[in-house]
Structure formats: structure tokens, C-alpha cells
Design a binder for this molecule. Structure first.
Ligand code: ATP
Length: 319
């Protein structure tokens, strides 16, 4: 491997820049040429690449978003689009590609790998929905943002409203809700992985208020339902009128935490070293602190297991 490229794809996440920086600096350290692809697979198809040097990634480790920008690209879902992407890389003499993104981006990387391009996937998504890694780049920051928001909501709640619903991101994964809910002492955490009855949630709220609980926070993962609908049903069931906050895109913005920066730095450097060692078609991750690789094909065909122990802990502590 003499020349590699890096792209960010799908939804952006905090720490993507730190990962791009790590890929670029590690590649240069090892004497490789390195190219940045603008706007994910769209930029790849359009041959929108630029050669990166040490300074191209200066002053970005602390920034949210991605300097390479990202895109959702329909054309790359087709066999022609994927062929075109592989041709662009070959025509430039690029023999390795690092893809930073979520599960959809991994599907694309898997296709390129099958077309003979040496690819490495890095888990860049706030959702933490990628299997074979304990944590994804951006997740820790997103959880911190949610916890910070819930702290603020608690402050005004103890003076006014007694009950709040906070709807958080995560797509089909409940991890942001679970971790943020546990860390902020939420009374109820609704996630897509665990079935629930809202009538039981309403009953529990009533009982807890009767026992002297002063406030109640319900964290709803977007994959489990809409905050407004949960509120409507709780009001219908028990008369309590919770206030709803939908946190939305603030969860994807802002400066990454040290944990995300370190994770991104380790993974970016690791991906480059794996490519240099001749590895390909792999997703990089961290499992129990150790850097690991797994076939992308396996990763895109697996589902991340839900941490029931943590969920049950959150319930035990929320009475
Ligand atoms: P996030 O989960 O954080 O939003 P993501 O990577 O899952 O990120 P997607 O929009 O699902 O985001 O995927 C990003 C891009 O990857 C798509 O726009 C498309 O170009 C490419 N992609 C997704 N699925 C496939 C597929 N099956 N085959 C080829 N390319 C794909």
C-alpha cells in the first residue's frame, strides 16, 4: 500500500475530525500518500479528492462535524455507482480506503471491498449501533450532551413542572437513551429493544409521586416512540401532563469529549496500520479496551446486542 484515501459518510458525529486527522497523520508518518474525499461516496463518484498534508488536518481535533463533509448518496447504492467509485480510486493509484461512518456507510465499504479495493471501516456514529465494537466515535459526546440537557431540565422542573419527557436520538438503537438515562437518574427509559406499556409507566409515576418523589424524567429513544405521543398517552392514563423536550441535532454537534478524541485517534491510526499490513474488508473497533478487526461482511449482517444488565440496573436505581 503506497497511497490511501479517507472519507466520512452518513450522519456526522463528533470525533470524525479527530479520526480523519489520525488517518492522515499516521499515513504521512508511515510515508504513504493520503487523499481526503469530499462529501462521502458522492465525492468519490465525482472524483472530488484532494491530497492531504500535515497541515490539512491542523486545528480540527477539537471540532465537531467533519472537514471532509458527509453526504447520503443514492447513486452509490447501485452497482454502477460502486464500480465508478472503485475506478476513481484505481485511476489515481489509490490502493486503500478508510470509511468513517455508520452501518449504511459500512455497506458501501463492503461493496468496494468486494470490487477489490482494500477498505477499512471506522465506526463513526453517535448511535452506538455498530456490532463488534463496544463504543462508536461520537457516542460519548452525544450522551454527555443529553446528560447536560437533562441537568438543566431538572433545574427548572423542580421549580415548575414535576414531570418531563426527553426524546433522544439513536435511530433503532436505545443506547443513547440507556446511558444518558442511567447517568441522569431518569425514572423511566424507553428503548426499542425492550417492550413497554405506557399505562404501566403512568401508574408508576402516580405511585412514585404519591410516595413523595418530587420529579420524574422519562427518556425516550426515538426508535421507541415520539415524546409528544408518550406524553399524550400518559396524560390520558393518569392526568399528569409531562413537558416534552426533543433534543434533536444538538446531540450531534459541539466539541468531542476526550474519550471520543482518544477513541478516534486510536482507531484512525490502527486502520492505517492494518491496511499497511495487507488487511482489507474489515471494520475496526474496540472490545474491552483492545483494538480489534472484524469482517465488514459479518458486521453488516449482525445486530448489536442490547445491554440488559445496564437496563436492569437503571430500573433498580430509579425507584
Ligand atoms: P448514521 O447511521 O450515523 O446516519 P450511516 O452510515 O448509517 O450513518 P446512511 O445514510 O445509512 O448513514 O449511509 C451512508 C451512505 O452509505 C449512503 O448514502 C450510501 O451512499 C451508502 N450506502 C448505504 N447503504 C448502502 C448499500 N447497501 N450499498 C452501498 N452503499 C450504501
Amino acid at each position: 500500500v503506497k497511497s490511501i484515501a479517507v472519507l466520512t459518510s452518513g450522519g456526522d458525529s463528533q470525533g470524525m475530525n479527530a479520526a480523519v486527522r489520525a488517518v492522515v497523520r499516521s499515513a504521512l508518518f508511515h510515508g504513504l500518500d493520503v487523499y481526503g474525499v469530499q462529501r462521502g461516496y458522492q465525492g468519490l463518484i465525482n472524483d472530488d479528492l484532494r491530497q492531504m498534508d500535515l497541515r490539512s488536518v491542523g486545528d480540527i481535533i477539537q471540532r465537531g462535524g467533519t472537514i471532509l463533509q458527509t453526504a447520503r448518496c443514492k447513486e452509490f447504492m447501485t452497482a454502477e455507482g460502486q464500480q465508478r467509485g472503485a475506478e476513481v480510486l484505481r485511476s489515481r493509484g489509490i490502493d486503500g480506503l478508510v470509511v468513517i461512518g455508520g452501518d449504511g456507510s459500512y455497506q458501501g465499504a463492503n461493496k468496494l471491498s468486494k470490487l477489490g479495493i482494500k477498505t477499512m471501516g471506522l465506526p463513526g456514529t453517535i448511535d452506538n449501533d455498530i456490532p463488534f465494537t463496544d463504543i462508536t466515535i461520537g457516542f460519548d459526546t452525544a450522551v454527555s450532551i443529553v446528560v447536560d440537557a437533562i441537568n438543566k431540565i431538572r433545574d427548572t422542573m423542580s421549580s415548575h413542572e414535576r414531570s418531563s419527557i426527553v426524546e433522544v436520538m439513536g435511530r433503532h438503537c436505545g443506547d443513547i437513551a440507556l446511558h444518558a438515562g442511567l447517568a441522569s437518574g431518569a425514572e423511566t427509559i424507553l428503548v426499542p429493544e425492550v417492550p413497554f406499556e405506557l399505562s404501566e409507566v403512568a401508574e408508576r409515576m402516580k405511585t412514585n409521586f404519591a410516595k413523595g418523589k418530587r420529579h420524574s424524567i422519562i427518556v425516550v429513544a426515538e426508535g421507541a416512540g415520539k415524546g409528544e405521543e408518550v406524553a399524550r398517552q400518559i396524560t390520558a392514563d393518569c392526568g399528569i401532563e409531562p413537558r416534552v423536550t426533543v433534543l434533536g441535532h444538538i446531540q450531534r454537534g459541539g466539541t468531542p469529549t476526550a474519550i471520543d478524541r482518544i477513541l478516534a485517534s486510536r482507531l484512525g491510526d490502527f486502520a492505517v496500520r492494518q491496511l499497511m499490513a495487507g488487511d482489507s474488508g474489515k471494520a475496526c473497533g474496540v472490545v474491552r479496551g483492545e483494538l480489534t478487526t472484524t469482517d465488514i461482511d459479518t458486521v453488516v449482517n449482525s445486530k448489536k446486542p442490547f445491554d440488559m444488565n445496564m437496563y436492569e440496573l437503571a430500573i433498580r436505581l430509579s425507584q
